[in-house]
Design a protein around this ligand. Structure first.
Ligand code: SIN
Ligand code: FE
Length: 286
């Protein structure tokens, strides 16, 4: 579900009643769409609007770390500067909109995605983000932390980012979690030992990753949600991608900033995938 809000400045702080509606919608798994909140490129940055800006074969994005300024997929310092600016704008936006999260939210990586999605060669099923899924990282366990993302469509010629959206986390959980078998004893310790995962894969991460894969593999579920939501160029949206089933069907030139939030610091922690899964499976998962 998409809920629109009329914000037009990255530095704007909404009044407290608008803040309450935003956090309620966000934690309910809605996409918060700001149609008149563009991330503006500097004139000299327009030349970065080409897939050729990526200098590493097979990569589909440039990844940047605000904390240590490390960039992957490109060596141009001016690209790092653009991503740094986006990262700071996204942090400012999150702090203004969700003061509740302040002091608890951590900034993750920034990504720039200049490759057209629709015509990209098909990837192996579980890697294809054109299939509805909730985000879960195979190599990076989050131990229940929420994945919050800010997206800005920076397409220069009115190109939309085309997403499909599923109904809800609860629906996906109730349908798919019973199909997932318990992990084999010892396997998650081995994954850590052999550095298949960065750190220990908690039961939460195990179920989320399997949920991600099982959703993508279910053709009936995929067919159930054909509607395309065209997210306009020069717009920005925010969503907990670990809870909102989403699929990116088409579009080019996107900036994305990831944040991590402990579920206990949500306004409504009981709506977190961690709490929902623990209740559904009747067992602690972290
Ligand atoms: C995704 O998170 O699945 C991809 C989103 C996008 O690139 O539009
Ligand atoms: Fe995703």
């Amino acid at each position: 579900m998409i809920t629109e809000f009329g914000l037009s400045q990255w530095t704007e702080t909404p009044d407290s009643s608008a803040q309450s509606s935003m956090i309620d919608a966000l934690e309910n798994g809605h996409v918060l769409l700001f149609k008149s909140l563009p991330f503006q490129l500097e004139p000299h940055e327009k030349k970065f609007l080409t897939p050729e800006i990526i200098n590493t074969p097979k990569r589909k994005n440039i990844s940047y770390n605000l904390n240590n300024k490390d960039m992957k997929g490109c060596e141009n310092p001016a690209v790092a500067q653009m991503m740094d600016r986006f990262s700071n704008s996204a942090s400012q936006l999150i702090n203004n909109l969700f003061p509740h999260y302040k002091n608890h939210i951590k900034t993750g990586r920034t990504s720039y995605r200049p490759v057209e999605i629709a015509t990209r060669a098909p990837l192996s099923g579980s890697k294809d983000d054109r299939l509805l899924h909730v985000d879960a990282f195979p190599a990076t366990p989050v131990a229940g932390k929420r994945i919050l993302r800010v997206f800005s469509n920076i397409h220069p010629n009115h190109g939309t980012r085309d997403w499909r959206l599923g109904k809800s986390f609860a629906e996906a959980m109730e349908k798919f979690i019973p199909q997932i078998s318990k992990p084999l004893p010892g396997i998650r310790t081995l994954k850590k030992l052999f550095k298949i995962t960065r750190g220990y894969q908690t039961l939460y991460d195990y179920y989320m990753l399997n949920l991600h894969n099982t959703m993508k593999a279910d053709e009936n579920y995929q067919r159930k949600y054909p509607d395309i939501y065209a997210l306009p160029s020069q717009s920005t949206w925010i969503v907990f991608t670990d809870a909102a089933p989403h699929a990116a069907m088409g579009g080019q030139f996107l900036l994305e900033q990831t944040f991590y939030l402990p579920p206990e610091n949500m306004a409504f922690p009981e709506r977190s995938p961690l709490k929902r899964l623990e209740k559904f499976l009747n067992t602690p998962l972290v």
